[in-house]
Design a binder for this molecule. Structure first.
Ligand SMILES: Cc1cc2nc3c(=O)[nH]c(=O)nc-3n(C[C@H](O)[C@H](O)[C@H](O)COP(=O)(O)O)c2cc1C
Length: 216
């Protein structure tokens, strides 16, 4: 029994997504002190950008004719997929970058989908697994805000994790993480603290659900 945790933040210190995901992980460790947590730091140890295209092309080449680079890319897809498939509980921590999905998360997802057990259109090997997605945003894209609709990451991540990989997904969201950093958001500092506190509470709840100590 193990938990798989993926972090896509490009920083380690001061990372909101890591701190909130730490709460989820803590609930797992408390409930399962003997169980390992397998970590994948794709924000600081990314999948090579060329791996996906190489792996895709390899699938059109007879197995015996594949180049060493193609074999290496397919082996990497298998290894990344194995980490997901072998874990009982999955935790993803992914910030919003440039109004879209983290390039490191997209590259990793694309490569995992190259694995025949995880591709779109088949019953994925992860079907029914419990998962938590922690996602954070520097600004706010809530209904009625000037940039409502500019977050092009969260909906995509939900589609992949819920509909393609068929995970039983819970989502923890925090916004205005740049309040107190970006002067334009100075007046939203109190609101940002409230949003963060609510996210931490939700992280505890979803962490316990992921650990199997409660059902929500
Ligand atoms: C290069 C870069 C681009 C960013 N783009 C956005 C953005 O488009 N929208 C937004 O709300 N926040 C954006 N942010 C802010 C991050 O989402 C925010 O700082 C978040 O807290 C980062 O996650 P972390 O705290 O886990 O590192 C960006 C940050 C960086 C470094």
């Amino acid at each position: 029994m193990s938990q798989f945790r993926l972090d896509a933040s490009i920083r380690v210190e001061g990372s909101h997504s890591r701190e909130i995901a730490d709460i989820v992980e803590h609930e797992w460790r408390t409930a399962h002190p003997q169980s390992p947590v397998v970590t994948r730091q794709i924000g600081i140890d990314p999948v090579p950008a060329t791996a996906w295209a190489t792996a895709v092309k390899a699938t059109f080449v007879p197995a015996d004719d594949r180049s060493p680079e193609q074999l290496q890319a397919l082996a990497l897809a298998t290894a990344e997929a194995d980490q997901l498939i072998e874990a009982e509980a999955l935790l993803f921590a992914v910030p919003l970058y440039n109004f879209g999905v983290s390039q490191h998360f997209k590259t990793w997802v694309d490569l995992v989908i190259c694995d025949p057990r995880m591709r779109s259109g088949v019953e994925p090997a992860t079907a029914g697994k419990q998962a938590v997605l922690v996602t954070v945003r520097g600004g706010s894209y809530a209904a009625g805000t000037p940039r409502e609709g500019w977050d092009h990451a969260t909906a995509w991540m939900r589609r992949i994790l819920t509909d393609v990989w068929k995970l039983d997904l819970k989502v923890v969201e925090s916004e205005f993480t740049l309040a107190g950093v970006n002067p334009a958001f100075e007046r939203f500092k109190d609101l940002a603290q409230q949003i963060r506190a609510a996210a931490e509470q939700t992280a505890h709840t979803h962490g316990r659900n992921l650990a199997g100590t409660i059902r929500v």
